[in-house]
Ligand binder design. Sequence first.
Ligand code: IVH
Length: 680
Amino acid sequence: MTGARKMEREKAAVEIGKLRTEIERHNYLYYVKAHPEISDYDFDKLLERLIGLEREFPDLVTPESPSQRVGGQITKEFSSVRHRMPMLSLSNTYSPGEVSDFYRRLEKQLREEGVEEWEMVAELKFDGVAVSLIYRDGLLVQGATRGDGVQGDDITVNLRTIGTIPLRLEPALCAELQGDDREIEVRGEVFMRKDDFERLNEGRTEEDRFANPRNATAGTLKLQDSAEVARRRMTFVAYFLKGIADESTPHYRRLRLLEQLGFFTGGHYRICPDLKAVERFIDEWNEKRWGLPYETDGVVLKLNAVGLWDRIGATSKSPRWAIAYKYPAQQAETELLGVVFQVGRLGTITPVAELEPVRLAGSTVSRSTLHNFDEIERLGVQVHDRVIIEKSGEVIPKVVRVVSEKRTLFSETISVPHECPVCGTPLVKPDGEVSWYCPNSGHCPAQVKGRILHFASRNALDIQNLGESLVAQLVDRGLVGDAGDLYRLTKEQLAGLDRMALKSAQNVLDALEKSKSRSYDRLLFALGIRHVGQSTTRELAGAYPVFDDLRSAGEEELASVPDIGPVVAGSILSFFANPSNQELLRKLQEAGLQFRAAGEQEPVNGNFEGMTVIFTGELERYTRSDASELVRARGGKVTNSVSRKTSLVVAGKDAGSKLEKAGKLGVRVIGEEEFAAMLE
Ligand code: IVH
C-alpha cells in the first residue's frame, strides 16, 4: 500500500466509524423510539456514503456495520445451532378461571418454599416467531429460531436486517452486565407490524397473499435471500434478558435494562402485586391492544423474582413460573344488509358482505369478504340474516356463522349473478376453480381500472398521485384503455378532470416520467400477469434479463425456471398471445420504459467504453450508485480519486477538491446535463 493510500484508508476508517455511530443512532430513533430526527432521504445519504466508503476499502467492513442491514447474502441452508439453555414455550390458558388457578398454584408453591412476598410481571403476548440473540462483548454474533427448543436454525443474516435488533450494544453497560463468558442472550419475538404486513400483501396476487402477519413473518425468516428479508421489514421485541452476571436481577428490572441496551420492548408491561392487578391488566388490554400498530393475542405473566425460577421449575415443555393468557377471538353480531360483487383486475368475482355497521376489535366494520360462492354455500347465509363476524389473526374480519334461530321470513337467498355487475358480460366458471370470472378482460371497465391501479401500485411502478378516483375518471371518459395510454396523456387532458388543476396535472405527468426509469423487475410485476407475483417476477427477471428473450421463450423453457411450474408458464404464454397485451407492450416500449435489467447493456450504446469516470458533488437526477451503474453498463469504470488516468469528471452541485484537481491535470469535466446526454 502506498503512503497516500494508507492515509486515505486511515481517514476513511475514521469517517466510517463516525458514520456507523450516527446511522445506528438514527436507526434507533426511527425504529425503537419512532421519533426520527432526520428525513428518510438524509438517512439514505448517510448510508450510501458509508456503503461507498466500505466498497472502496472492503477490509474495513465488519458484520456489525449498519451497511449489513440491507442484506444481500444468499444462504443455501441454515446451519443448526444448540441453544445455551433450552427455549421453553408457555402453556396457554383461555379463561380467567384458568389464570386464577395458575396463580393459586404458584402461590402455594412459593409459600412452601418459604416465600411470602412476591409479584408478577404482566406483559403483552406478541404474535410472531420466537428467536434468541447472542451478543459477545456487545456484538451480535448469533441469532437463531426456537426450533425444537434445544436446537434451532442460525438465521443471523436475516435477523441483522431488522431495525430493532441492535448490532452492537452500549459497551459500558454491556461490560457491567455480562459474566465471565462475556456473553449476553436476549430472547424475544419477531413480528410484522400491521402497516408493514399490508404493504407486503399489497403487491401480491390473490394466491400469493399471506393470511396474517404471523405467517408472513415465519415465511420471511426462512428466506434464503437476505435482501428480500430486508425489504419486507419486520420488528423484534425483546422479552427476556439472560446470561447476565447478577442472576438475581428481577425480570422487571431486566426489561428496563433491555431498553437501556437499545432494544424495543413495546413498553407495555407492569408489576402486578396480586391477582386483582393481573386481572385488571388483562381487562384493560383486551380493548386497548387494538390501538397498537402490531398484533397481540394475549397477555404473558411471569414471576418477577428470576432468582426463584429454578426452584419453581418447569414441566418438560413449559415453566411453572409463567403462563400465557390468550384473548378469545373478537366477535360481534350484526345484520347482513346485502351482497355486492366486486370484479378484480383478473376478472374474478368476489362477493362482499355489506353489514349493518358494528364495533369490533377497535374499529367499525361495515364490510367483510365472503371469499367466493362456495363459502356462501358453506355458511348457508342469506340476506337479512343475523351473522357473527370475527377478527382474529387476520386483519380483515370474516363472517363465521349465521345465527339461524334469528332468521325471519324476510331473508332472501343470495344468487350467483349471471352477468358481470360492471360490464354485463355473461360470467364463466372454469373447471376445477371455485370462482366465477368476467371473461371480458379487454374492455370490462372494472378490470381495466384494476390493471391500471396495479400497474401504478407501490410495489409495481409506484406512480404517485395516480389514485382510484383519477383512474376511474380516465377510464370512464375513454382517455385511457390500458396502462400504455397513460404515457400519452397531456397536461390539458388531465387538468380538465374533476378535482384537478394545472399543478396537480403536472404532478401526475412528473410521476409518470419518473416511472419510466423504474427497474425492469418492477415493470414485469406491473404487467400483472396472472400467477406472477413479486417473487416469481424476480426469478423471471433473473432468468431473462432481456424482455424480448422472455417474450420468445417456449413453455418448456419457462417451466425450467425455479418457482415456475406449468400453470405459471401457461399463464405467461397466454399473456403474450393476447393481442391487447401486445398492444400494451408496444405502447410501453415506445414510451421508453425499462425492458432490460440494469447492467444488461443496450447493444448499441457503449458510450463509456474504456473510460475511467469520477463523480463529484451532488447529482440531482441520479444517486451515486445508479450513476455508477449506468456508466459501468456502458463499458466504463468508476473510481474515486482523480489522477492522470481519469478520462472524465462528472461534476454535480457543490463539487469540491476533485474538481480543482481535475482542472490542474487537464481532465475533461462535464455537468449533469451533458452526462445524461452521454448516457442516451
Ligand atoms: S416468554 C419460557 N413473553 O408466545 C417462556 N413469550 O405461547 C417463553 N410470546 O414461545 C416465552 N410474547 O414465542 C414470552 N411477552 C412474551 C411473549 C412471548 C409472545 C410467544 C413466545 C412463546 C409463545 C408462548
